[in-house]
Design a protein around this ligand. Structure first.
Ligand code: FES
Ligand SMILES: [Fe+2]
Length: 405
């Protein structure tokens, strides 16, 4: 299979050890990750089709920050802090919903228009001079739509716009018609895992484990699975299937029902494709479905995996059957990966763990770790620095690198 995208080569010699164990359970490092990796990097929160009509909203919570993405009366989609300007209550409750014409804060009844502006407050005469409506709208957040997916960030950070960052994915997303997807009936899922978020990423960032750990995936596409390392830290994986019927029930039936989508270029026709977004997100496509999933850190030892599933707008019966089978294979795969991430994370506490020894097939971990070390150079320390010194040491290392000491 010839691919339009070309992978950066893997060097002959590279440091195969991975991040040191302490980085997987340090509370001080976790605080730095919150500041420098999560709140200021783009996060995918849904798809335009999740909120098709004015008043439809999606919520997105991350590390004490919380957003609401809302379609206005004018059809525009905007993101705001889900935080009432009176005393900080949530203006919408839950993961997803619909409001009629306005958001009404459940605490004291302040009312916001669908463009985030403050419409009015209850008992305005009790606020002395009154409340300046222009000054108390919901706080807007950056929002960008790429291929129909909704991206937001809580603060500006080192990443450029999503369109610029994900430009190498644009042709594939267009071929997948990613803007045309619809949510499946029960779109969202989540699972809480007792691990550091990096242990989830470490499992997901390589295909070396597919042969043993994922019998269904191995049966489906294990003979031709490729990781592509693209400029800008991007990482795409393609699994090509259909060269044989499949031995397992779900795989055999999937291969039989999976539609050949006219209009897809050859490299996507019988392909499961995974597009990585640093630091914690993957958007994946099969010929009959799409999804995104990400590991959202909760604490150094707790991670919430969440994702949303989508289908083609013009789905016929055969395509729907294939989608169900794909989801079944995926559900098994996800359970297998969750167990692996738990074992990997546990080992970080063992006195006898001496670090990873990575294969070339696990080069994706190395790249991810390099990106992390670049932003948080304290992760280069082989041994755990005293917790209280981690922020200062990280600053020092950053300054030394930029020559601003
Ligand atoms: S906190 Fe929203 S109205 Fe008081
Ligand atoms: Fe896996």
């Amino acid at each position: 299979m010839t691919l339009p995208l070309t992978s950066e080569p893997i060097p002959r010699q590279w440091d195969r050890r991975g991040l040191p164990a302490w980085t997987y359970h340090s509370p001080a490092l976790f605080d730095l990750e919150r500041e420098h990796l999560f709140l200021n990097h783009w996060q995918v929160a849904g798809h335009v089709s999740d909120i098709p009509a004015p008043g439809d909203w999606l919520a997105f919570d991350l590390l004490d920050e919380r957003a609401v993405i809302l379609r206005g009366q004018d059809g525009e989609i905007r993101a705001f802090m889900n935080l009432c300007r009176h005393r900080g209550a949530r203006v919408v409750e839950g993961a997803q919903g619909k409001c009629r014409g306005a958001l009404v804060c459940p605490f004291h009844g302040w009312v916001y228009n669908l463009d985030g502006s403050l419409r009015g407050v209850s008992r305005p005469e009790t606020f002395g001079e009154g409340v300046d409506k222009a000054a108390f709208g919901l706080k807007p957040l950056e929002l960008e739509i790429f291929g129909g997916f909704l991206f937001l960030r809580f603060r500006r950070g080192p990443q450029p716009s999503v369109a610029e960052m994900l430009a190498p994915y644009a042709a594939d997303f267009q071929a997948w018609q990613s803007g045309n997807l619809l949510p499946v009936d029960v779109a969202g899922w989540s699972a809480d895992l007792p691990v550091n978020w990096k242990s989830v990423r470490d499992v997901d960032n390589e295909g070396y484990h597919v042969a043993l750990a994922h019998p269904s995936l191995q049966d489906l596409y294990g003979r031709d699975y490729r990781d592509l390392y693209l400029p800008g830290g991007l990482h795409v994986s393609y699994g090509f299937y259909g060269d044989r019927p499949g031995r397992r029930w779900s795989v055999r039936n999937y291969v039989r029902h999976s539609p050949v989508r006219e209009g897809l270029p050859p490299h996507l026709q019988r392909t499961w494709a995974y597009y990585g977004l640093f630091p914690n997100t993957v958007i994946a496509f099969t010929p009959e479905s799409a999804q995104f999933y990400h590991d959202l850190p909760v604490s150094p030892g707790q991670t919430r995996l969440t994702g949303r599933l989508y289908r083609l707008a013009n789905e016929d019966r055969q395509t729907r059957a294939a989608r169900y089978l794909a989801q079944r294979i995926d559900r098994d795969t996800s359970a297998e990966d969750q167990q692996l991430s738990i074992w990997s994370n546990e080992s970080m506490r063992s006195d006898h763990f001496e670090g990873f020894h990575l294969s070339d097939l696990e080069y994706g971990l190395r790249r991810h770790h390099d990106q992390l070390r670049d932003l948080l150079p304290v992760m280069r320390e082989d041994h755990a620095p005293p917790e209280s010194q981690i922020p200062a040491l990280n600053d020092e290392l950053l300054c030394a690198r930029t020559g601003q000491a």
